[in-house]
Design a protein around this ligand. Structure first.
Ligand SMILES: Cc1ncc(COP(=O)(O)O)c(C=O)c1O
Length: 387
């Protein structure tokens, strides 16, 4: 038995193990499983982006090690995109860092700023990477519950002053995974004031800003004056352009924070493939109609799922953004039990809310990553269940 490092032993138990086992068992029996579990777009990357990758991959100029901080042309494109989409000015040289997907940057950030015993303020439920990598870096996590009552926004006033004083990083994520909640200027303003009061670095994860519905355009944290003094924003091409497999993202904002993150990265990775960054330029610079087409598709799926769930007595809020439906479940069930019921009795994979943190108990997350027809099929299977 090869002994693993303590940091791995300290990982919370893998909650999805039982679901994965059941899913594999059902699929082996030939059950037609509908997967609403994963947040991975089902539709392909738009053709013009693939074409650019093909050309760039054939160009020997792109075959060597990339620059650590990212290709200048890509960083320029990111700065132009931030200006046109959010009205935010960025110095492409100092205020943009290319990432191998935003997960990579989020995961490395604590290593730049957290000393053993330092504290990070982390929402719960949340994308698990914030807590796990803070822990890997030796940090402790103080969880800020996201509940229906607080609009799934952390109540900063309820963080005890001694905790806030000890904290170094504050993670936030809007539009939010898993709750689908959105945040507006007044919330971001409170975050900036709080960060200034307690000398915190704000890490805003903005992976879903391009997935807004009914004409809603989620804002960037950096649109609020003062944001750049206190933090950075992580962004990604993954969800916007159906490019999860390509691994391309960016961190933007405070130059000193980005410099620290860049220092960690240059000791660990060697940058994103230049050809992928060229394709990223094509994605950001081209006409954005592919983005609005995706928004329409997800909106249609959202309406089908929400309408169907309401008919069977479940009442999730329709998300204004993200491809996640955060569905409250009947009180008789734990979220893990409800997920198991949906899988066993209806062949539908969902994610138990508690898997994202204890305050997620009482919910399951459903991802809009299958066609409207499959969503309708899922609802009709759920209708036959008794709960
Ligand atoms: C909230 C959130 N942040 C970041 C990511 C990571 O995205 P990527 O590494 O593909 O940019 C995800 C992926 O699911 C996510 O849900």
């Amino acid at each position: 038995m090869i002994d693993r490092a303590v940091r791995l032993k300290k990982l919370p138990p893998y909650l999805f193990q039982e679901i994965d086992r059941l899913k594999a068992e059902l699929m082996a029996k030939g059950v037609d499983v509908i997967n609403l579990g994963v947040g991975d777009p089902d539709l392909p990357t738009p053709g013009h982006i693939i074409e650019e990758l093909g050309k760039a991959a054939a160009d020997p100029a792109n075959h060597q090690y990339p620059s650590y901080s990212g290709m200048n042309d890509f960083k320029d494109s990111v700065a132009r995109w931030y200006k046109s989409r959010f009205g935010v000015d960025l110095d492409a040289d100092r205020e943009v860092l290319t990432l191998i997907g935003s997960k990579e940057g989020i995961a490395h950030l604590p290593f730049a700023f957290i000393n053993p015993g330092d504290l990070s303020l982390i929402p719960s439920p949340a994308y698990p990477v914030y807590n796990v990598t803070n822990m890997f870096a030796g940090g402790e996590s103080y969880f800020m519950p996201l509940t229906r009552e607080n609009g799934f926004l952390p109540d900063l006033k309820s963080v005890p002053a001694d905790v806030a004083r000890r904290a170094k990083l504050l993670f936030i994520n809007y539009p939010n995974n898993p709750t689908g909640a959105t945040a507006e200027r007044d919330f971001f303003q409170r975050v900036i004031d709080f960060a200034k009061e307690y000398d915190l670095i704000v890490c805003h994860d903005a992976a879903y800003t391009e997935m807004g519905f009914d004409g809603y355009k989620p804002m960037s944290f950096l649109e609020v004056p003062g944001a750049k003094e206190v933090g950075i924003e992580f962004h990604s091409l993954s969800k916007t352009y159906n490019m999860t497999g390509w691994r391309l993202g960016m961190a933007v904002g405070n130059a000193q924070v980005l410099d620290g993150l860049g220092q960690i990265k240059s000791n660990i990775d060697s940058g994103a493939f230049n050809a992928v960054q060229r394709a990223g330029i094509a994605a950001l610079e081209a006409d954005q109609s592919c983005v609005s087409e995706m928004q329409k598709i997800y909106q249609d799926r959202r309406d089908a799922l929400i309408g169907g769930l309401q008919q069977i007595g479940l009442h999730p809020e329709p998300p204004k953004a993200t491809f996640y439906v955060w569905c409250p479940i009947p009180a008789a069930f734990k979220s893990k039990e409800f997920t198991a019921l949906l899988l066993r009795e209806a062949g539908i994979v969902t994610t138990p809310g508690s898997g994202f943190g204890e305050p997620g108990e009482g919910y399951v997350r459903m991802a809009l990553t299958v066609s409207k027809e499959r969503i309708e099929e899922a609802v009709s299977r759920m209708r036959k269940l008794s709960f």
